[in-house]
Design a protein around this ligand. Structure first.
Ligand code: HEM
Length: 408
């Protein structure tokens, strides 16, 4: 092992700076030089190893950030509606609530249900690619993120949740604001934009629930309201909280996946040409995008009790910061981890998590990205960057703000 080039504190501070958010990967390598698990402060471990992150995600003694955990790590959070609602959804709950929520919503995301959605997803993507081609027909730059990468998952979630097409673009800013609540919080005022968006969405979804209860449709809101009313498994608030999770989780990260996959295509024209010729290569491309440049970079866990993690003691309440994007480039797990190789065998990215909280929408996210990317490349073979992309000021859920392209 070579001598460390940067001390861990500096690497972490830089990671949270605009420069670190733009290009976190050299910082992960600097941290990896201290080994796969690195004590960062009293009761706080930083995890960069693939196997170590994977184990942490599956370890029942390590909890997701629920309301009790938040009381110890973010005093004052109860004044903020973003986190008040977040802690009522499955992602930020632990058992027994987590099982109860997850079981309830899983029926809508079985492989069969996802496969049944495929023709609708294909139809929506074809229409959105045509729209993109139309917007760029005069050679003017188009923001790929706003005009395509966001619209694809928003159309899919809109279809599932029964959100009318005309209303869909209006959700983008609010969804983005809510994801900023997941960033490391230094000042509670950082939560205000997420609070405002969450309040607005809560009204929207409470109304939607009432409407679908009165007049059911083919969407999952109608289905879930009916199930809830039959079996009482969830409170009305829990139902609304989890619909909001589905909307936010189901759009922002898939948007980033599609944006990152396209940027990689523009940077690797040889690979992109092969994909254009043979769309059956898309699953490998999307899996490698998830590994190489993941939409989700960091996950957090807190110890429910005194425990041991790969020989390191973790006290009750101790924190583990899982740098899953670093785990995805662990040289013990992958050959040439810093190389984008869409033909890579045996990919197993940590990006969709693992264990109890394994992404409920993983199949749906993969399906839409696998359809969307070759559709764009085939319809718009001359697509090219039209300016420097910008990054959002985020690292937990990292992605482009704008990705200007010319459609050729
Ligand atoms: C590339 C796209 C996506 C990425 C990178 C992603 C990532 C993740 C991650 C990392 C987690 C778990 C976090 C943790 O363990 O603390 C998660 C959970 C979840 N995701 Fe996704 N996700 C994506 C797409 C989707 C889609 C399309 C949906 C919706 C249909 C969705 C719905 C969910 C839900 C409901 C959970 C909570 C599961 C639970 O707590 O049991 N995600 N996702």
């Amino acid at each position: 092992m070579s001598a460390p080039t940067m001390d861990p504190g500096t690497a972490m501070t830089t990671l949270l700076s605009p420069q670190g958010k733009r290009d976190p990967y050299p910082l992960y390598e600097a941290l990896r030089q201290y080994g796969p698990i690195l004590p960062l402060g009293p009761g706080h471990l930083l995890v960069t190893g693939h196997q170590e992150c994977a184990r942490a995600l599956r370890e029942p003694a390590l909890l997701s950030t629920d309301a009790d955990v938040q009381d110890s790590v973010l005093p004052g959070w109860r004044e903020h509606s973003s986190w008040r609602w977040l802690t009522k959804n499955m992602l930020f709950s632990n058992n027994p609530d987590h099982d109860r929520y997850r079981r309830f919503f899983s029926v809508a995301f079985t492989p069969r249900r996802i496969a049944d959605l495929r023709p609708v997803v294909e139809e929506r993507i074809t229409a959105l690619v045509e729209r993109l081609a139309g917007l760029g027909a005069d050679g003017a730059p188009v923001d790929f993120m706003a005009e395509f990468a966001f619209r694809v998952p928003m159309a899919v979630m809109g279809e599932l949740l029964g959100i009318p097409e005309a209303e869909q673009p209006g959700f983008r800013d609010g969804i983005g604001a809510i994801t900023t609540s997941l960033e490391p919080i230094r000042d509670l005022a950082q939560l205000l934009p997420g609070d405002a968006a969450m309040d607005e969405f809560a009204v929207y979804f409470s109304d939607l629930v009432a409407k679908r209860r009165a007049e059911p449709g083919p969407d999952i809101v109608s289905e879930m309201v009916r199930l809830r009313d039959e079996n009482g498994a969830l409170s009305e608030e829990e139902l609304v909280a989890n619909f909001m999770l589905l909307l936010v989780a189901g759009t922002e990260a898939p948007m980033d996946l599609i944006g990152n996959a396209l940027r990689l295509a523009l940077e690797h024209p040889g690979h992109a040409e092969r994909l254009r010729q043979d769309p059956s290569l898309a699953p490998g491309w999307i899996e490698e995008t998830l590994r190489f440049d993941p939409a989700a970079q960091i996950l957090n866990r807190v110890a429910a009790r005194d425990t041991d993690f790969f020989g390191m003691p973790v006290p009750e309440g101790g924190k583990l910061t899982l740098l899953i994007a670093a785990g995805n480039r662990d040289p013990r797990r992958y050959t040439d981890p810093g190389v984008f190789d869409p033909g890579r065998e045996g990919n197993h990215a940590l990006t969709l998590s693992g264990g109890a909280h394994y992404c409920l929408g993983a199949g749906l996210a993969r399906m839409q990205a696998e359809i969307a990317l070759p559709a764009v490349l085939r319809r718009l073979p001359g697509l090219a960057l039209a300016g420097e992309p910008t990054f959002r000021d985020q690292i937990v859920q990292r992605g482009f703000g704008q990705l200007p392209v010319k459609c050729g």
